[in-house]
Design a protein around this ligand. Sequence first.
Ligand SMILES: Nc1nc2c(ncn2[C@@H]2O[C@H](COP(=O)(O)OP(=O)(O)OP(=O)(O)O)[C@@H](O)[C@H]2O)c(=O)[nH]1
Ligand SMILES: [Mg+2]
Length: 322
Amino acid sequence: MRSSSLSAVCCLLPYPVDVSLIDLAKSGDRRSLARLVSRVEDDTVEGREALAALYPDGGAAWVTGVTGAPGAGKSTLVDGLVGFAADQGNVAVVAIDPSSPFSGGAVLGDRIRMQRHTDDPRIYIRSMANRGHLGGLADSTPRVVALLDGIGFSEVLIETVGVGQAEIDVASSADTVIVTVNPGWGDSIQAAKAGLLEIGDVFVVNKADRPDVDETVTELLRMLDVGPDRAWRPPIVTTVATDGTGLDELWSAILDHRRYLTETGELEGRRRERASREIEAAVRTGLRRRASLDPGGVELLERVATREIDPWSAAGTIIESM
Ligand SMILES: Nc1nc2c(ncn2[C@@H]2O[C@H](COP(=O)(O)OP(=O)(O)OP(=O)(O)O)[C@@H](O)[C@H]2O)c(=O)[nH]1
Ligand SMILES: [Mg+2]
């Protein structure tokens, strides 16, 4: 009697092993999924184990990245695209927020804007702070995307931080990159400066309810014409994200790009490139961590500080000792 009640209690304990956490997340339990994402974000041992277990199941998710200057309408666009994506299957949205330098946390909470989707069981929305990482994403974004892919989401939408600088990380994390600009001369030139013209697979002139839309489209076309020749010619779509105008056209442009990627075999190339960059980034992070843990580093620093040896020879010694 006593032992059977004990075993009943035991089974009520929250998630004794991570396998059940993965199973629960796969079955649609959002709390378990949120815990898994946090573990991956924090790069804990459990997070790594979950990724290792799930990676072989991945590869089926389509990843769409939405980037552009601050306030261009990225969140509003993503909010609208979620509805189209949900027709294809379960959707995960990863919104990267700038970290506050004071709290270290995400300051804006794009989730609030996407509140209307939170009750929909097909849709999972997660905000993450970029934690000082440059390039528009958080350091952990590619890992979180791989996790969501492995859990079984067929659509993943990423919204980058709108930092107005080179946000080109998203180019290697997404299958299709949407670059958002607004009407007006300055915006497309800023986009060009930030290196966004090279990475856009689809361009969106959002806030098309404002003046100078045609001029902006013409300017973008001109800049794309003088850019490098690409087999895929990025279409330019005009939208009013706030009322949904043009979103169906944007979604068709995304689907066209997917078709192109599959038919030409470029998808495989892109994903290989993604894996290669991820391995490189992980090696770099691992080396950095080990270098800072290396007790020999302190002694070497002392020798560099007293100019007995130079910093580059010290680095060579540390790498060799690994
Ligand atoms: N007039 C007009 N306003 C829009 C349109 N799309 C978005 N907005 C408004 O522009 C503001 C910024 O929109 P967001 O979707 O938050 O822009 P964002 O690019 O996600 O902004 P950050 O994440 O802060 O960089 C909001 O007040 C939106 O309501 C549009 O098509 N027309
Ligand atoms: Mg936003």
